[in-house]
Structure formats: structure tokens, C-alpha cells
Design a protein. Structure first.
Lengths: 675, 124, 164
């Protein structure tokens, strides 16, 4: 059986990733509860599992490193060492090292950093307490040293009485022996049998004498009975020997059981190399429960399908109700199937929250603040792609809260607040969306400083009166940073605009509220998935287009008095005092128009990045969830189009790219005003 | 062969590997991620399997407790139980044996080594 | 495309004696494309127009869930437009992993053409589109223009080219 261990690598990587996350959480908890044995046991188990897996799957570096870590942890959990601050620091560093080693094993990074310095530190830590005598195993008898002569042996095998209760079948072992030697004869001895009334049927009273020829050393023969060696009587007597000076080479000895302890078979290096070469397969672990539900649903779909067939084949008008019913059932099942399939991609948001305890701890240490991290709603589920995409913006916001939001312990004491500040992450469902709130109980945003900066940057006029919300939202403008000093923590002033871009790029939105002296709260609203969009279909001429509902503010039917033509070219509309540019979609998309009089059509007002535009369409058709398909797979990016979707009748409809459209419009109007 | 094996390990990659090996050798494989789950599966599966391969370090119910529990069941009294140990757990072998384990295999091992040990404890 | 006209015919293939071509008509001419590029043939159906696209790309179709661009070969070759009728076909081809459709007047047959029957395309001098031509074949007194469909759809001068 030639087994390719690489086939299990992906499973190992995922598992090791989870174990490391768990390890991290537990290590952080350990700082608070250094004496918690249960905690230490869990930590040990994590390291132990990583070691076992990495050794088995041929990642010797990881196994080697984890072995040292495990030794240290074993000391801790046995109470032979105390958890100290330097020690927990060392453990966290080891965790980072494990991450790097794992990344290298995955092939994400070319080379893993050297583990030896950390191993040396761990050993120093161990030696500092008590000299370690690494349980030196007695060297295995070298099989090659034994005379390779053909011997005639008598082997007495008297198993302990209890071996049956350990699940050992002595006969199986004898068969095993027989298979490895030649000229095998066996005699069963009954002399240990007690009187029948004293006999316990669960015990073994028999013993055997085997006679055979072999070239195997005694150790190897005894090894067959390894599992019962302690309680059994085993004796080999060599009756006769034939020296094999010039004989043909011996039959290759069966593989030695102990090989496992010395070195895994030659596969590892090869495995590691192919792991590097192979790009990581993107996999998703799905609970069997979810899969079972899918299978049920597919079963239902198949039944519906045959009902539908049946109804359609022998169709006459009298059977219309049946047909309609079958269609409706099919629709229900396929809709549910869609939802369930999407649900497969859903992961709890704790996958994104997981990195924060460590981050907060490190940042708190770095800036001398006392911080408590609170999380809630970790089980809220989001599409895997959204989780992956949201991790960085979230990190940025948390850093920002710690760096700019929370005050130092002294400042907090002066302000009459507890010394320890709170950063809270909260995730929950809200109307088909997921909301993630990042809040702190720090000093809040500095309204005056933002205002000053906005005036400096020419975003507003000196004496303009603006609602607070508008002012605070300036922090999302590109290059807008109010931090008086640039710190390591939140980088170089690239900030909120990047966060906003990322969130909007996922089809989400971000808002904030803040109270001076009490703290700030950023709210990120995300779609459950990036593959499905809540869309409004609309008619432009005779073509159907889709607009994302999240970008729509409202739709209105303009009166002729609301519309103006500026400079003879640019059309605008006045909506409740606000003047908005109008884009006739049939012009933008080159559609043969049906309605050219704006008062006969509709204006859909869309917003992106604070800019509003009125898009003129002929008619709204309706709202529905659409599956986003890429145009680029087989064609290419098209100006003003974000993608395509397939309508209920099988036709393709295009999804309007609102941000792209607005960018193009502003570019065009700049060109016009420059001309 | 038509035999059933119960694999108990909290590491899913380990279970995958052992399971794959045993299926390849013709076993029907039942898996449990800890002792308790394995006991439940054992009960649900009719109370008996032909061989058990169990890790020792596991959450909820560890391997030793699991082995002891299995041995209390009449149907499983003589069933071979192999435990997976690591070289750092030499002392565990004796404990395992006392609990009722048939044998052990040391991690890391190659699937072929596992099959060899099974061959040894499981009458064909 | 750096196909040398002299060797164009030789590049058709390597060892086999004959190549299979799907032939179709377009206006007065008969064309052939390598059958291995063809995924399927469908009757004409209306497409969804893509705005801001070259005129030869008449739109996209839903092909079992994939969005597939459709190119009208008449427009591509600057021929007079024709009414789509019951003979009009969409030949779905796979070119460099992209699935695309081409609209042709009608599909004729699958034809075996021996390499010896293929002549290199005529040299029109500089700057012509001959690189999209793999050669000409005369079969049963009919002249068939053999196209390199990759170059037709994705070549540098092509509106559907990836780099565009």
C-alpha cells in the first residue's frame, strides 16, 4: 500500500490553524490565570496534537520545535514550573514561530525562520529550574550486529492469564510468528489448566512451544509479543545454528516495528517539497448536518422534477393547476437549495475576531494603556469571502480605537473613568445584513480638530454650519488624519479612507457615532455574502438592468420644473432643495430610447461615497435577490457594468456599477469644465 | 474483510489518515473525536466493533478513561484496542495496559506500520 | 501572431493524416474551424446587448449558468448584415479557456481535410489579417477558408481580445 501523505496535508493545515488559534486564546487567558491546571492541560493538548500531526505528516521542523514546546508545557502542567511573565512571553513567541513554520510548510513563505534560538531559550528555561534528563532511551539493539545465521529455535510462549481481557488473541500472535519463520511447528501445552470448577473462561491457561528455523534476531521475535511481554513468560532457546558465510543474501527482514520511533520513512522531505510546490487548495469545512440537509433538499428537487415532467407531458388545460403547483414546489425547493448552498459558505465571525485578543494585548503593552477586549455575537455567520475581506478593516479600526480612542490610565483617572478602557466588538444580524460594531469608551472624536483639518484641506468653507454627522464623516476622506503625531500603531495616516473603501468594496457601508469624553462607535454593515445581491431590476428602453439596493436612496418622478439644463449640456434635478446631476441611462449605455422625456420616466437617486446622482430610467420592474456572475470570466471588464446575472426567464441582465459610473461622470464633467 | 474499526482521536487529520488507511485495508470505519463521542458511536453502532484505535490525549474524555469504559462492556471485553502514544509518553503505556489496552503504536507512524500492528492483534 | 505563411499549413497538426473541421457558411464563402475548438452548436437566440462594446460583439448569453459573449462573424468580417433566420447558428467555441459564441449563417458539416489539400493562405502583403487564416482547402470543387479561431477572437486586432 503506497499512501501519499500529501493528501492529508490540507486537513492538517486547517486543523493546525485552528489549534494555533485555540492555543493563542488559551495562552492569553493563562496570563490572567497562571495556576489554572485545566487551562494548562488544554494548552498542552493543543501543542501535543500539533506535534503528533506534524510528525505524522512529515513536517519534521514543526514536530521538532513543538516537541521542545511540549516538554516545557508538560513541566508547567505538572506543576514543576511556574508561569511567569517572561515564560508566557516565550510561549507567545513560540506560537508566532509555529505560525511561521506552518506558513512555510504551506508554501506561503519561502523559508521558515530558524527555530533554534527559541528552542535554546526554552531549554534554558527548563534547565534554569532543574536539569533535564531527556528520558534517554536505551539504544535499540542493532539488528545488524546479530549473527545473520540460520538458527533452529524453540520458543516458549506462556501468555499472562489476563491477556484475553486486554483484547489480545494469542493465536493471532502465534500466526504472526509463523508467518515470519520457516519450518514452523507448534505444540500446545495444557499443564497449567486448572480444574474445571476453578476455571475462569476469561483467562488464558494455555501455553505453547514453537519450533522453527529463522535468521531473525531474538529481539525481533520477542517484539511480536511486545504488547504482552511484561506479564508473559517468553523464552527462546537456540537449538542449533548454521553459519551462513557464503550463502545467498538473507531474505530482507520484515520491517522493524521500532522504526517508527527512530525516523519516519523517507517520505517527509519529499512531502514537504511537494507541499511547497503545490499551491494551497481552497477548501471549506462543512458540518455534516449542513450537507445532510442539502442532500434531503436535492432529493426533494428530484421528486419535484418528476412531478413537473409528469404534469407537462400529459398536459391539457384541465391540468393547469397541477402544473402550477409543481412549478411552485420546484421554485420553493430551488430557492431553499440556493439558501442552503450559500449557507455552506457561512462561517461564524469569530474567525475574524480570533486575532484580536492577542493584538489588543500587544498594543496595550506597546502604548502603556490598560485595555479590556469584549466580544459578543461571535457566532454570527458570514460568507467566508466576507470574513476574509473584513479582517483587515476590523484590525485597523481596533488599532485606531486603542491608539486614538482610549486614553492612558492617568488621563482616564483624571477624567473619573476606570483605568482600564474597554474596546468592544459586537456582531449581530439586522434586516438581512450583518452589523459589526467596534466601540471604545475613550475620549471620542475631536470635532474641532476634524473641522479645522477639513477647512485646511478645503473640504468646507470657514464659517459653514454643518451637522455633526457630516463633520465626523470627514475622517473617511482620503488622506485625512487628525492624529497629532504619527504612531506606529495606526500607521502613517493612511486610515479610515482605506477602511471605507474596503467595506464599500464588499457592498457594505460604514458609519460612526461619537460622544466627547464617552467614546466612539464604528458600525460596519455588511451583506451576508458577496455572491448574491439584493437588486432592483429596471427598464432602460427595452433592456433590463439591475441596481444594487444598497446604493439606492430613493426614486422619484420629476416634475418639469425640477429639471434644469446647466450650460446647455449638464442636466440637473432639484430634490428637496438639493441639486443633483442627472444621468440618462439610455444615453450612458447607448440604448435605443423609448422614453426621452424625463418627466415621463423615473429618476433613481443613487449614492456612493457621499456623492448623489439621479439616474433616469423608464420603469422599475421589481426587487429580487440576484446571483452575481462575472463578465470577465469569458469576456472582459465593461465600463459601468459590475457584472451580470441570470433572470428568471434565463436571459442575462447586467448589473450597474454605481461607483464606476459616478467616477466616469465626474471625470466627464471635469473634462467639460476644463474645455 | 468486512470488519469494523473505531478510530478515536481529537485530531481530524489524524482520523482522516488512519481512516483512509483502514478503509483501504477493507475496514468499515467509525470515528469519534473524543472518548465520550466514541462510546456514544459504539453504542449507536450496535455495541461492538472489531478493533479500536484510540489517541490518549483528548478533551472531554481521555483515552485511558475511554479504554476502561470500553472494557466494562461485555461485547467489547476481548476486542483489540490499540492506543496511539508518543515517545514522550512512555509511562502511559503501562497505564494504558492497566486500563485494558491491547497494544500501542508510537506516533508518528506510517500507515503501513499501523496495518502491521493491526495484523498482529486482529485474527484474520 | 508570428505565423509564417509558408509554414502555416504545416502547423495545422502533427501526425494525423487528416484534420477535422467544422464548416459553416457566411455570405458567399464557406469557412472551417478546428473541430476540437468547438464545444457545441446552438440555434440563434437573442442576446443581451453589452453597452460600450465593439459592434461585432452582439451581446452575452446564458449558457447553463455561464455568461458567454457572442460575436457576430459577419460584423467581424465587415460583411453586409443579414437577417437571423432558422439556419442561423451560434457555434460555441473554447479559446484559451474562454467560452465564446460566434454567429454564422449556417453550419454545413464536419469535414476531414488532409494536410496535402491545404494550401497556405495567400500573402496579401503587409498589415493584413492573414494571421487569422490557417489556409485554404479545396474539397469537392469548393474552396474552404480555414480560420484560426483563437486569433479571430483573441488576436491583437480583435475587439474581444483579453488585453483590450
Amino acid at each position: 500500500m503506497n499512501l501519499d501523505m500529501t493528501m492529508f496535508h490540507q486537513a492538517f493545515f486547517e486543523e493546525a490553524g485552528d489549534l494555533l488559534a485555540e492555543l493563542e486564546n488559551q495562552l492569553l487567558l493563562l496570563e490572567e490565570k497562571p495556576d489554572d491546571t485545566e487551562l494548562l492541560n488544554t494548552i498542552f493538548r493543543c501543542a501535543h496534537s500539533i506535534k503528533g500531526g506534524s510528525a505524522t505528516f512529515g513536517f519534521t521542523e514543526i514536530a521538532h520545535f513543538t516537541h521542545s514546546l511540549e516538554t516545557l508545557l508538560d513541566r508547567l502542567r505538572n506543576g514543576k514550573m511556574q508561569v511567569t511573565h517572561p515564560l508566557s512571553q516565550l510561549l507567545l513567541e513560540s506560537l508566532d514561530q509555529l505560525r511561521s513554520l506552518l506558513a512555510a510548510a504551506r508554501g506561503e513563505t519561502a523559508d521558515a525562520p530558524n527555530s533554534e534560538p527559541l528552542i535554546a531559550r526554552m531549554e534554558a528555561m527548563l534547565n534554569g529550574v532543574a536539569p533535564v534528563s531527556v528520558a534517554a532511551k536505551a539504544p535499540l539493539p542493532d539488528a545488524a550486529e546479530q549473527e545473520e545465521c540460520l538458527r533452529h529455535c524453540v520458543f516458549l510462549i506462556a501468555p499472562g492469564r489476563a491477556v484475553l481481557q486486554q483484547g489480545t488473541d494469542p493465536v493471532a500472535l502465534l500466526k504472526h510468528l509463523a508467518a515470519q519463520v520457516s519450518n514452523f511447528t507448534l505444540r500446545c501445552r495444557l499443564s497449567h489448566l486448572p480444574q474445571i470448577e476453578e476455571m475462569n473462561p476469561e483467562e488464558c491457561y494455555l501455553y505453547w512451544e514453537a519450533e522453527f528455523d529463522t535468521r531473525l534476531p531474538d529481539t525481533e521475535l520477542l517484539d511480536i509479543f511486545e504488547f504482552i511481554a511484561d506479564e508473559s513468560e517468553l523464552a527462546i532457546t537456540t537449538v542449533a545454528g548454521i553459519f551462513n558465510g557464503m550463502q545467498e543474501t538473507a531474505v530482507p527482514a520484515p520491517e522493524h516495528e521500532h522504526a517508527a520511533e527512530t525516523a519516519p520513512p523517507s517520505a517527509p522531505t519529499e512531502n514537504a517539497a511537494s507541499a511547497l510546490a503545490k499551491p494551497e487548495a481552497h477548501t471549506l469545512r462543512v458540518s455534516t448536518e449542513k450537507v445532510d440537509r442539502l442532500i434531503n433538499l436535492v432529493g426533494e428537487l428530484v421528486i419535484n422534477q418528476s412531478m413537473l415532467n409528469e404534469a407537462a407531458q400529459n398536459f391539457h388545460m384541465g391540468r393547469l393547476p397541477q402544473l402550477m403547483e409543481a412549478v411552485a414546489a420546484m421554485e420553493r425547493a430551488s430557492r431553499e437549495l440556493q439558501e442552503r448552498v450559500m449557507a455552506i459558505r457561512m462561517l461564524p465571525i469569530k474567525h475574524a475576531f480570533g486575532r484580536f485578543p492577542r493584538l489588543v494585548r500587544d498594543l496595550a503593552n506597546a502604548c502603556g494603556k490598560k485595555i479590556e477586549l469584549k466580544t459578543s455575537g461571535e457566532e454570527t455567520e458570514l460568507d467566508k469571502t466576507v470574513i476574509e475581506a473584513i479582517a483587515d478593516p476590523l484590525t485597523h479600526l481596533v488599532r485606531n480605537s486603542i491608539d486614538h480612542g482610549l486614553e492612558t490610565p492617568q488621563e482616564r483617572r483624571l477624567a473619573g473613568k476606570p483605568e482600564t478602557g474597554v474596546v468592544a466588538l459586537h456582531a449581530f444580524h439586522e434586516g438581512g445584513n450583518i452589523v459589526v460594531e467596534i466601540s471604545d469608551d475613550g475620549k471620542g472624536l475631536d470635532r474641532e480638530r476634524i473641522l479645522k483639518k477639513a477647512i485646511e484641506r478645503g473640504l468646507i468653507q470657514e464659517n459653514e454650519v454643518l451637522p455633526d454627522e457630516t463633520i465626523y464623516n470627514f475622517i473617511f476622506h482620503p488622506g485625512f488624519s487628525t492624529a497629532p503625531t504619527i504612531t506606529d500603531l495606526s500607521g502613517r495616516g493612511v486610515g479610515m479612507d482605506i477602511v471605507k473603501q474596503a467595506v464599500v468594496g464588499m457592498g457594505g457601508s460604514i458609519s460612526l457615532s461619537t460622544t466627547p469624553g464617552e467614546g466612539s462607535c464604528f458600525r460596519i454593515r455588511l451583506p451576508l455574502t458577496m455572491a448574491i445581491l439584493e437588486g432592483l431590476s429596471l427598464l432602460v428602453g427595452e433592456e433590463v438592468y439591475i441596481l444594487s439596493l444598497t446604493s439606492i436612496v430613493e426614486s422619484i418622478r420629476p416634475r418639469s420644473g425640477d429639471l434644469r439644463l446647466i450650460a446647455g449640456t449638464s442636466e440637473v434635478v432639484q430634490v428637496r432643495g438639493e441639486v443633483l446631476p442627472v444621468q440618462r441611462l439610455y444615453q450612458y449605455f447607448g440604448v435605443k430610447p423609448v422614453i426621452t422625456d424625463a418627466t415621463k420616466g423615473l429618476l433613481v437617486i443613487v449614492e456612493y461615497d457621499g456623492c448623489k446622482v439621479a439616474l433616469m430610467v423608464d420603469e422599475l420592474i421589481g426587487q429580487s435577490q440576484v446571483v452575481i456572475k462575472s463578465l470577465e470570466t469569458n469576456y472582459r471588464k465593461v465600463d459601468g457594468i459590475a457584472g451580470a446575472t441570470i433572470l428568471g426567464d434565463g436571459r442575462v441582465a447586467l448589473i450597474i456599477d454605481v461607483p464606476g459610473l459616478l467616477r466616469n461622470m465626474s471625470r466627464r464633467s471635469q473634462l467639460l469644465s476644463a474645455a | 474483510m468486512g470488519k469494523t474499526a473505531l478510530i478515536v482521536d481529537d485530531s481530524s487529520s489524524m482520523r482522516q489518515m488512519v481512516g483512509f488507511t483502514l478503509r483501504g485495508a477493507g475496514f468499515t470505519v467509525i470515528e469519534g473525536s473524543n472518548g465520550q463521542e466514541a462510546l456514544d458511536k459504539l453504542t449507536a453502532g450496535g455495541g461492538r466493533v472489531d478493533i479500536i484505535i484510540t489517541d490518549l490525549n483528548m478533551p472531554v474524555m481521555d483515552g485511558l478513561t475511554f479504554i476502561k469504559q470500553v472494557r466494562t462492556r461485555t461485547l467489547m471485553k476481548f476486542t483489540p484496542i490499540l492506543m496511539l502514544t508518543t515517545e514522550s509518553q512512555e509511562s502511559r503505556k503501562a497505564e494504558g495496559k492497566a486500563a485494558g489496552a491491547t497494544g500501542w503504536i508510537v506516533k508518528p507512524f506510517h500507515p503501513e506500520q499501523l496495518l502491521k500492528v493491526i495484523e498482529k492483534v486482529l485474527p484474520a | 501572431m508570428t505565423t509564417n505563411n509558408e509554414t502555416g499549413a504545416l502547423q495545422m497538426g502533427t501526425s494525423a493524416d487528416a484534420f477535422q473541421f467544422l464548416t459553416f457558411s457566411l455570405g458567399e464563402e464557406e469557412y472551417g474551424i478546428d473541430i476540437l475548438k468547438v464545444q457545441e452548436i446552438k440555434g440563434y437566440m437573442p442576446t443581451t446587448r453589452i453597452p460600450n462594446s465593439p459592434q461585432e460583439v452582439c451581446g452575452v448569453l446564458n449558457l447553463r449558468g455561464a455568461i458567454v459573449p457572442i460575436v457576430d462573424l459577419r460584423r467581424k468580417f465587415h460583411l453586409e448584415p443579414a437577417e437571423y433566420d432558422q439556419f442561423t447558428c451560434i457555434v460555441v467555441v473554447v479559446v484559451q479557456e474562454k467560452v465564446m459564441g460566434i454567429i454564422v449563417d449556417s453550419v454545413s458539416e464536419v469535414m476531414n481535410i488532409a494536410p496535402s489539400d491545404i494550401q497556405p493562405p495567400p500573402n496579401f502583403g503587409y498589415g493584413t489579417t492573414t494571421s487569422a487564416l490557417r489556409g485554404m482547402a479545396r474539397v469537392n470543387e469548393k474552396l474552404i477558408i480555414l480560420l484560426d479561431i483563437d486569433t479571430v477572437l483573441l488576436g491583437e486586432n480583435s475587439a474581444t481580445a483579453i488585453a483590450a
